[in-house]
Design a protein around this ligand. Sequence first.
Ligand code: TXA
Ligand code: MG
Length: 348
Amino acid sequence: MGSKKIDTKWVRLDMGAPLDRQVEQWGKAIRQGELVAFPTETVYGLGANGLDAQAAKKIYRAKGRPSDNPLILHVSGMDMVSPLVERMTPLEKKLMECFWPGPLTLVFPASSNIPSMITGGGSTVAIRCPDNPVAQALILAAGVPIAAPSANLSGRPSPCSASAVMHDMDGRIAAVLDGGSCRIGLESTVVACGSDGIVIYRPGAVTTEMLGAFAPVKLDDALVSGEGIPKAPGMKYRHYAPQVPVHVCIGENTALESYFSALYQEGVGFLISEETAQHLPNEENVLVWGKRRDVERLASCLYESLLDLETKSIREIFVEGVTESGMGLAVMNRLKKAAGYDIREVDR
Ligand code: TXA
Ligand code: MG
């Protein structure tokens, strides 16, 4: 870690006014090799010039990220993709047309323009087009693809607000552009297209069910078994984790409700549904995401809730799991990793 601290600017954007002028200097800063964090519809990204190996190197240093873990390039539209890839298939084109801008990242064979610092030394490059006006304006102002991992220290929950970015990145980056909280709250779906269909490397808000309308879909084997080497190198690390142990509990509703109410005590944190919360005291260590079936609400508050409980001098956190369909697959993927795969099946 560099010893000289940077004076990180917290740039509060006026979301009611045109953004191009407000982000112009930060686009320029990115082009010139600085790190600038910015909001996307998924989580905040830590942006650097995606064609500049030295700038990308700064990302790894700021995050404390292992250098074999490749970065996603963020573009403002499909027209920016051709120079970055070796080739594009009809299926990939169709997915970009249908889901961009939005939370879908595609892995392509990389063109020779891409620094190996971006690809993690591999032959592929991940590209996504974010659906957030600040992200869009910043990419246009930079005039280059922006390499951006989530703007957290490696292994920690991804930030969904500028204050969460500052918590991890203050003193390490030039600025954070504050565009409010992120709509989705979980990182993008990462996929690769092959001759036999689509493989999901990381589940997200573009779900298996949605992709299935275009081609056969399968999950990367390592995601299903929790073993072996995942295709998205980032998925192999313990991840998304607060500093206190997390446990995930799943099971039949009434069994879960009595299990949680028996667990309740001071110093233990909970993130549970409204239904389960009826059986627990209404205290500040009990966070409620909404109705049990409202998995999108859980996704959007998951990281913030873990970070919030972490600050409340709590010894351990129990989270109510959800069904692994639709967005529930992404939520459970992140929860399992946050919990280091400590999943408790409750049956009575
Ligand atoms: O929603 C998102 O994708 C956010 C926002 C900021 O856009 N970004 C993000 O980046 O989550 P990061 O670096 O935290 O996660 C990128 C994931 C990692 O698991 C990485 O291993 C995988 O994508 N990845 C990147 N390039 C890849 C490649 N060429 N092949 C396979 N996996 C790749
Ligand atoms: Mg990340």
